[in-house]
Design a protein around this ligand. Structure first.
Ligand code: AMP
Length: 312
């Protein structure tokens, strides 16, 4: 039902600059669709025209980290579709689904400015009609690290991402390394289910003081905001120690101790294989991923960095 599509000028909402994706071109409208039928109609037209499509799934409350993924997407495909859907099934009962920040008009304006071609913003009933009963689970990957503290979180993520991929049928889908475990889970599920889509990762975008951008950073009090970059700092210091030959367990323990001393309530600090996320022990012999999750007050922060052994 094309009548439900909403057109918003691509440029001029945030500034008078034209879209970054098409410098010098006449600003075009970005369209928001809310139904699978409208999404598929757009997708079919692009396929007919021989145009490749990238999908960028988001939960909205967009910041520069999300928008960087549009640029990554545009490097892979002609058209970029961003989805905005706050997915209830990936929130635990005591988590912030109701209070999760929402700003759809602002998000659409930012996506237009960033050069996205289409916004898919379905209603809850469009994604989960009455009787919905299917779940995608990857227990070996999903119950570890963030999944240990957030039971069913990655089942909710895997299920909604599988739906979004099948709804959009993109050539490529882009996910941020900020959610590193999520990125690996999605790569795994795409391989396991033979989904015909390439998964691309985008680097973590940070504030000037190193804090990884997150929609949830708005929850931080001024004092917590000052402490928050020390998560990144601590993980980065761990990579320096690891590269000099410190053992993974000792480095993780020292990182946890330091974060607790700084006032964080630590969920985990871990040094893992960057492809499988399996635990590493002893000094690192090749690339490793250092991951951490910790609370400041009620806000849960996550971050990760790469570590390499020092070249000899
Ligand atoms: P979310 O809206 O939190 O579900 O995030 C949507 C996508 O944006 C996910 O693929 C995230 O990994 C990615 N993302 C979130 N924050 C950042 C960031 N600071 N840098 C890069 N990507 C990010």
């Amino acid at each position: 039902m094309p009548g439900s599509a909403i057109g918003v000028p691509r440029a001029g909402l945030l500034s008078s600059r034209p879209s970054r994706s098409s410098p010098g071109s006449v600003p075009q409208a970005i369209t928001t669709v809310r139904t699978l039928q409208d999404l598929r109609a757009r997708r079919a037209k692009w396929r007919q025209d021989g145009e490749t499509v990238a999908l960028i799934p988001t939960m909205g409350a967009l910041h520069a980290g999300h928008l960087s993924l549009i640029a990554v997407a545009k490097g892979h495909a002609k058209r970029a579709v961003a989805s905005i859907f706050v997915n209830p099934t990936q929130f635990g009962p005591a988590e912030d689904f109701v209070h999760y920040p929402r700003d759809e008009p602002g998000d659409i304006a930012k996506l237009a400015e960033a050069g996205a071609d289409l916004v898919f913003a379905p209603e809850l009933a469009e994604m989960y009609p009455p009787g919905f009963a299917t779940q995608i689970c990857l227990p070996s990957l999903a119950n570890d690290l963030c999944g240990a503290a957030r039971p069913n979180h990655f089942d909710g993520v895997a299920t909604v991402v599988t739906k979004l991929l099948l709804q959009t049928m993109p050539d490529v889908a882009v996910f941020g390394e900020k959610d590193y475990q999520q990125l690996l889970i999605i790569k795994r599920l795409v391989r396991d289910l033979d989904l015909p889509v390439k998964i691309a990762g985008g680097a973590i975008i940070r504030e000037a003081d190193g804090l990884a951008m997150s929609s949830r950073n708005v929850y931080l009090s001024p004092a917590e905001r000052k402490t928050a970059p020390l998560l990144f700092q601590t993980l980065s210091d761990m990579t320096a120690e690891l590269s000099l030959g410190e053992g993974c367990d000792a480095a993780a323990e020292a990182g946890r101790f330091r974060l607790e001393a700084l006032g964080f309530r630590v969920d985990y600090v871990a040094v893992r294989d960057p492809e499988t996320l399996l635990p590493l022990t002893g000094p690192i012999l090749g690339p490793a991923r250092v991951l951490g999750a910790a609370y400041l007050g009620r806000t849960r922060l996550i971050d990760n960095v790469t570590a390499e052994p020092k070249a000899r």
